[in-house]
Design a protein around this ligand. Structure first.
Ligand code: EPU
Length: 302
């Protein structure tokens, strides 16, 4: 979608928003799949309510893109613009055991920033790609750690009220890859409270997680991490593997031969290739196990 109305373009400028025309979202996602649209870079959180009102008044549909590591986006010209919070430098600050982190910060960068200041607890999150905002929204987790455990406050733009609000950690439900945030809430900043731990000890924990991940996941391939959530008490990866589907392909979308719950783009997969592979595998698992796998990756339906 192209923003062509000059009055909208002028007003965006006044609100400190940078407009980039015809951006390829394949270049902004870890799957390297996605069509083109205009992108708005929101550098000033205080003007977000005004930007959102402007887009609503001008009837410009939009989606928020974080780190782009857990999303599957259609191909072609997209019918909405993409909003993005660019990274601030460093966008992170420590006060005692509290860490104040911008949602745009890199998740792994946050883990090491805190570790160097002797704050641990997040070792398991080290290799999870993506932004802090995306991790908050999904309650990202790995190796027994989930980000929600450490959250004390979240500053967010709440579409329902049209305002920037601060929500206390106790008022947020963090479950397995799910939170009580509304789908149109936009994460802006988080306050975490972290346990003190010597840097060397944290580093040892980080190394263990990195090794486990390297041994079991296709880290150097184009993927969105795990495609399906694990069903209660089960493992999507193990079931898909048992069905001998590693290497199974639709076009250029393939079930990883390293970890069966990672679907990789081996060359120039289209969104349709990936969707057909997801549906095919879901169908086979349903047929063999009677289990309906739920997507973990977020599909941006047009
Ligand atoms: N397994 C297989 N074959 C495979 C993959 C796994 O038999 O191809 C078996 C493993 O041997 C193991 C079990 O399945 O017994 C579980 O596998 P793994 O330890 O790799 O963990 P997972 O449940 O597949 C989850 C998260 C990952 C996270 C790891 C480590 C989900 C959907 N996935 O994977 O998160 O990195 O644990 O904590 O919860 C993601 O969210 O995108 C993601 C990759």
């Amino acid at each position: 979608m192209r923003i062509s109305d000059n009055s909208v373009i002028e007003r965006l400028k006044e609100l400190g928003v940078e407009l980039r025309s015809s951006v390829s979202l394949a270049e902004k996602t870890s799957l390297e799949i996605g069509g083109t649209t205009d992108e708005l870079l929101l550098r000033r959180y205080d003007t977000i309510p005004a930007v959102m009102r402007l887009l609503a008044d001008a009837k410009i549909p939009h989606r928020f893109l974080g780190g782009g590591t857990n999303v599957l986006i259609p191909d072609g010209e997209l019918p909405w613009v993409v909003l993005h919070l660019p990274k601030a430098d460093p966008g992170m600050r420590i006060e005692g055991n509290a860490a104040f982190i911008d949602a745009s910060a890199d998740l792994g960068g946050m883990v090491t920033f805190c570790a160097k200041r002797d704050l641990g607890g997040m070792e398991g999150l080290i290799g999870v790609p993506g932004s802090v905002g995306g991790a908050l929204r999904m309650n990202a987790g790995a190796y027994g750690t989930q980000i929600g455990t450490w959250v004390r406050e979240v500053e967010l733009y709440r579409a329902a009220s049209g305002e920037v609000e601060t929500v206390r950690g106790n008022d947020i439900h963090f479950d397995y890859r799910h939170t009580s945030f509304s789908p149109d809430d936009v994460m802006l900043r988080v306050k975490l409270e972290l346990p003190s731990k010597p840097y060397k000890e944290i580093l040892a924990g980080i190394r263990v997680c990195n090794e486990k991940r390297r041994a079991s996941q296709p880290l150097n391939q184009k993927s969105a991490g795990c495609i399906f959530k694990n069903p209660p008490g089960g493992s999507a990866g193990r079931m898909i593997d048992e069905l001998k589907l590693k290497g199974h392909r639709v076009g250029d979308a393939m079930v990883s031969d390293r970890h069966a719950n990672f679907f990789v783009n081996v060359a120039h997969a289209t969104c349709d290739d990936m969707l057909r592979l997801i549906d095919d595998v879901r169908e086979r698992v349903r047929g063999a196990y009677g289990v309906e796998l739920e997507n973990e990756v977020i599909f941006w339906k047009n």
